[in-house]
Design a binder for this molecule. Structure first.
Ligand code: TMP
Length: 238
C-alpha cells in the first residue's frame, strides 16, 4: 500500500492518505507532550513500541469482539488503518484513582474502585480537553445517545480484556484513554492507540509506574519503562 500525502500531524503520530480512500497509514513518532502540549520531549524508541503494542492489543480486542481500525502493521512505526471520522470524545476508564481524578476529587492515588468508572472529555486542544457529560455531548451533536451507549459498552469490554492481559504480565491497569470513530456507514469502531502514552500501567508487585507518568512527572527511566512493559507483553501474550 503506497503512502500518499500527509493529511494530519498530531502530537504523537502522522496520518497519510493511501490509494484507497477507506484506508490511511499512521506513523508513530518519538515525540512526547504533556499538559496539553506545554511540556515537550522525546522518548527514544517510543514510536516503535507504541505502534507494535497498540496493534498487538487491538488484535486481541478484535478476537474478543471489539471492532478496531487495525488493518495491518506495515513496518516498525507504520500501520494501515481504516479511515474513520473521529468522535471528538476522549473516553477514560479508571480502575484505581490516579491523575486528574485524584487531583479533582482529592482521592489519594492508589484507591481501588469497587467498579470501573467511565468519563468523557471533549477532544478540543484550544479548550484543554474539558470533562464533559453525555447530555452536553449530545447537545453539541458530538455523538448520538445510541453511539454513546455503544462506546461505553465497548470501553468497559476493553477494560475487562486488557486488565486480564496486563495481569498476566504482572502489570496493573490503573486507567486508560480510548478514542472511537465512525466508518462511512456509521459503524462505531475503536481507533487511535493503546500504549503506555494512553494507559497507566503499574508493576503489580512494586507499584512502579511503567507508563508516560514517568515523563509527565520527571521520574526518569522513561525509555526503560516502555521497553519493560513491551517485553512483558511479548512474553506473556502469545
Ligand atoms: P488523567 O488522570 O490525566 O485524566 O488521565 C487518565 C488516562 O488518560 C491516563 O491513563 C492517561 C490518559 N491520557 C491520555 O491518553 N491523553 C491525555 O491527553 C490525558 C490528559 C490523559
Amino acid at each position: 500500500m503506497q503512502k500518499k500525502e500527509q493529511l494530519y500531524e498530531g502530537k504523537a503520530k502522522k496520518v497519510y492518505a493511501t490509494d484507497d480512500p477507506d484506508l490511511l497509514i499512521v506513523a508513530y513518532k518519538d515525540d512526547a507532550t504533556a499538559f496539553n502540549g506545554l511540556k515537550k520531549g522525546t522518548i527514544c524508541g517510543k514510536g516503535v513500541i507504541n505502534n507494535q503494542m497498540s496493534n498487538r492489543l487491538m488484535q486481541r480486542l478484535e478476537r474478543e469482539g471489539v471492532p478496531t481500525h487495525l488493518v495491518k502493521e506495515l513496518s516498525e512505526r507504520e500501520t494501515l488503518v481504516r479511515r474513520v471520522e473521529i468522535v471528538p470524545l476522549e473516553v477514560i476508564v479508571r480502575n484505581i484513582a490516579a491523575g486528574s481524578f485524584s487531583k479533582r476529587y482529592g482521592v489519594p492515588e492508589g484507591v481501588v474502585f469497587d467498579a470501573p468508572t467511565v468519563e468523557f472529555s471533549y477532544k478540543n486542544d484550544a479548550l484543554g480537553d474539558p470533562l464533559i457529560n453525555t447530555s452536553h455531548a449530545m447537545a453539541m451533536h458530538l455523538a448520538r445517545e445510541d453511539e454513546i451507549e455503544t462506546i461505553k459498552r465497548y470501553a468497559l469490554r476493553v477494560n475487562e480484556v486488557l486488565r486480564a492481559v496486563w495481569a498476566d504480565c504482572g502489570v496493573t491497569l490503573v486507567d486508560f484513554k480510548l478514542e472511537f470513530g465512525r466508518l462511512s456507514d456509521g459503524t462505531i469502531i475503536l481507533a487511535d492507540e493503546i500504549s503506555p502514552d494512553t494507559c497507566r500501567l503499574w508493576d503489580s508487585k512494586t507499584g512502579k509506574k511503567l507508563d508516560k507518568d514517568r515523563f509527565r512527572r520527571d521520574l526518569g527511566d522513561v525509555e526503560d519503562a516502555y521497553t519493560e512493559v513491551m517485553r512483558r507483553l511479548c512474553e506473556h501474550d502469545a
